[in-house]
Design a protein around this ligand. Structure first.
Ligand SMILES: Cc1cc2nc3c(=O)[nH]c(=O)nc-3n(C[C@H](O)[C@H](O)[C@H](O)COP(=O)(O)OP(=O)(O)OC[C@H]3O[C@@H](n4cnc5c(N)ncnc54)[C@H](O)[C@@H]3O)c2cc1C
Length: 406
C-alpha cells in the first residue's frame, strides 16, 4: 500500500508496533516454511529471482525477503510505534501512538487477520495438570513436556504441528473438525500452480456465491516441506497419529468428541475431488492435458468404523493440549463503530463504507481469494489506493493517509 500511495504522490506514514515482518519474527513456530511456493511470493515489481522457484521459504528467508522489499520501496516507516487508538476527527481520523498523534484524512488498517488465537471457551475445563498453548505460542516439540499431546484443529497449522510433534516421539491425538483437504502436488504440478493457472486465486469477492462462507473457510491442509509430502489425515494416521472427532466438550477430565468425524472426512474428500474436477476441466479446455500427468484421485480418508466419543485425558497419557483452532483480528484499539457483533470489521472489499476514508487489507477473501496471501497484497493495494485517491480528491495537503502497519 505504501508503494501504491507513493506512486500516487499521496503523503503517508507507515506505523508498525514491532519490526518489519513482525508476525513472521514473533508469532510463528521455528520449522514453519511458507506453504506458497517461492515463485508465488510476489509483491508489486518484486518477484522471486533465486534458483529454487518451486521451493518454500523458511521463516528467516521470509523475513529477509520482506526486508529486501522494504529497502526497495523505502516506506516512510516508524517501527516500535504501536497504534493505541484510531478515532474520527474534524480532519478525518486521529491516530494515537506512544510516539506521536497523527491527523489524517484516510487510514488503512493493515494490522493482519491472525492477531488473536481463537481458543474455545471449553479450554477452561481442561484439567489443570495439563499444559495448554496455542499454535502462535508453539515453537518446537522440545518446549513441550514428554508425553501425549492433543492437537485441536486440522487445518494447515494443526496438521503440520501434529506431524512435527508426533515425529518427535510424543504421541499425538488430533481432534478433527471441518477441514479443507488438498494434495500438495496434482498431476505433477503444485496445488498453487493450479489455483493460479485456473484463476481460482483471482476469483473476486463480488463473484463468489457465498462470501461469508468463503471468508470463514480454513486453510488448505498442506505444508511446504522440501520433500513436498502431503500432510493430509491419511499421511498422519500412517505415522501413528490418532484421529478423533471435533472436541465438543470437557467434563470431569474427559474429552467429549463429536460423532461427525466420518462425515466431515467424507465431505472433505468430496470437496477435494470437486476441486480436482475443476482443474481437470480447465486443463482439458485449455489444451494443457499434454503438459501435465494424467488425472488421478487420492485415496479416500481412512477413518476407523466407530471413532471414540469420549477420551480420558489421564488414561490416554495426554500432557498437553495445543489449540490450532484459528485466529481473529485484534481491533481493540479501533474507536470507530464499524465492527459486527463478532468483532469483524464491516467492509465492502476493503472499503469501510460506514467510515469514509477508512480501509482494511490482508483479510481472508477481502477482494480476492488470494487476499490473505502475500501474493494478494499487490492487487488489493492497487484497487484500494485508487479508491483512497478518489476519496482524497486531487488535493495533497500533507494529511493524506496513515497506514497502521504494513
Ligand atoms: C501460520 C501461518 C502461516 C502462513 N503461511 C502463509 C504462506 O505460506 N503464504 C502466504 O502468502 N501467507 C501465509 N500466511 C498468511 C500471512 O500471514 C499473510 O500472507 C501476510 O502475513 C499478510 O500480511 P499483512 O501485512 O496483511 O499482515 P501481518 O503479516 O499479520 O502484519 C500485520 C502487522 O501489523 C502490525 N500491527 C498489528 N497491530 C498493530 C497496531 N495496533 N499498531 C501498529 N502495528 C500493528 C503487526 O506487528 C504486524 O507487523 C500465513 C499465516 C499464518 C498465521
Amino acid at each position: 500500500m505504501s508503494s501504491q500511495l507513493a506512486a500516487r504522490s499521496i503523503d503517508h506514514v507507515v506505523l508498525e508496533r514491532g519490526e518489519i515482518a513482525n508476525t513472521w519474527r514473533t508469532e510463528r513456530w521455528e520449522s514453519l516454511t511458507l506453504l506458497t511456493p517461492n515463485w508465488q511470493s510476489r509483491l508489486p515489481g518484486f518477484g522471486y529471482e533465486g534458483g529454487d522457484p518451486h521451493g518454500f521459504r523458511t521463516m528467516p528467508e521470509t523475513i529477509a525477503f520482506l526486508e529486501r522489499y522494504a529497502k526497495t520501496v523505502l516506506p516512510p516507516l516508524r517501527t516500535h510505534c504501536a497504534v493505541t487508538s484510531v478515532r474520527r476527527s474534524a480532519v478525518g481520523y486521529e491516530v494515537v501512538t506512544a510516539q506521536a498523534t497523527w491527523h489524517c484524512k484516510a487510514v488503512v488498517l493493515a494490522t493482519g487477520a491472525f492477531n488473536i488465537a481463537q481458543v474455545p471457551a471449553l479450554a477452561q475445563s481442561v484439567p489443570p495438570r495439563i499444559a495448554q498453548l496455542t499454535s502462535a505460542e508453539y515453537r518446537n516439540p522440545g518446549c513441550l513436556e514428554q508425553g501425549g499431546v492433543m492437537v485441536v484443529g486440522a487445518a494447515a497449522s494443526g496438521a503440520q504441528i501434529a506431524d512435527e510433534i508426533h515425529r518427535s516421539g510424543r504421541p499425538v491425538t488430533l481432534a478433527v473438525g471441518e477441514h479443507v483437504r488438498a494434495p500438495r502436488t496434482y498431476r505433477g504440478r503444485d496445488i498453487q500452480w493450479w489455483m493460479d493457472a485456473t484463476g481460482l486465486n483471482d476469483e473476486r469477492y463480488d463473484q463468489v456465491e457465498n462470501l461469508r462462507r468463503a471468508r470463514s473457510l480454513s486453510s488448505f491442509q498442506i505444508a511446504g516441506y522440501p520433500d513436498r509430502r502431503d500432510i493430509d489425515l491419511n499421511a498422519l494416521t500412517s505415522l501413528g497419529v490418532k484421529l478423533v472427532g471435533r472436541l465438543a466438550g470437557i467434563q470431569d477430565g474427559k474429552a467429549q468428541l463429536s460423532g461427525s468425524l466420518r462425515n466431515l472426512c467424507e465431505l472433505a474428500d468430496l470437496k477435494q475431488n470437486r476441486l480436482l474436477n475443476t482443474f481437470d476441466e480447465w486443463a482439458a479446455k485449455n489444451g494443457v492435458n499434454g503438459a501435465v500427468d494424467p488425472p488421478h484421485r487420492p485415496e479416500a480418508t481412512r477413518v476407523e468404523a466407530s471413532p471414540p466419543l469420549g477420551l480420558d485425558f489421564g488414561r490416554a497419557g495426554i500432557r498437553t493440549v495445543l489449540w490450532a483452532t484459528g485466529f481473529r483480528p485484534d481491533y481493540s484499539w479501533l474507536d470507530v463503530a464499524v465492527l459486527d457483533p463478532k468483532g469483524n470489521i464491516r467492509h465492502d472489499g476493503g472499503v469501510v463504507t460506514e467510515a469514509p476514508g477508512l480501509y482494511v487489507m490482508g483479510l481472508p477473501f477481502l477482494r480476492r481469494r488470494k487476499s490473505s496471501l502475500i501474493d494478494g497484497a499487490g492487487d488489493d493495494a492497487r484497487d484500494l489506493s485508487a479508491h483512497l485517491a478518489a476519496h482524497l480528491g486531487a488535493r495533497s495537503d500533507g494529511v493524506g493517509a496513515a497506514v497502521a502497519d504494513a
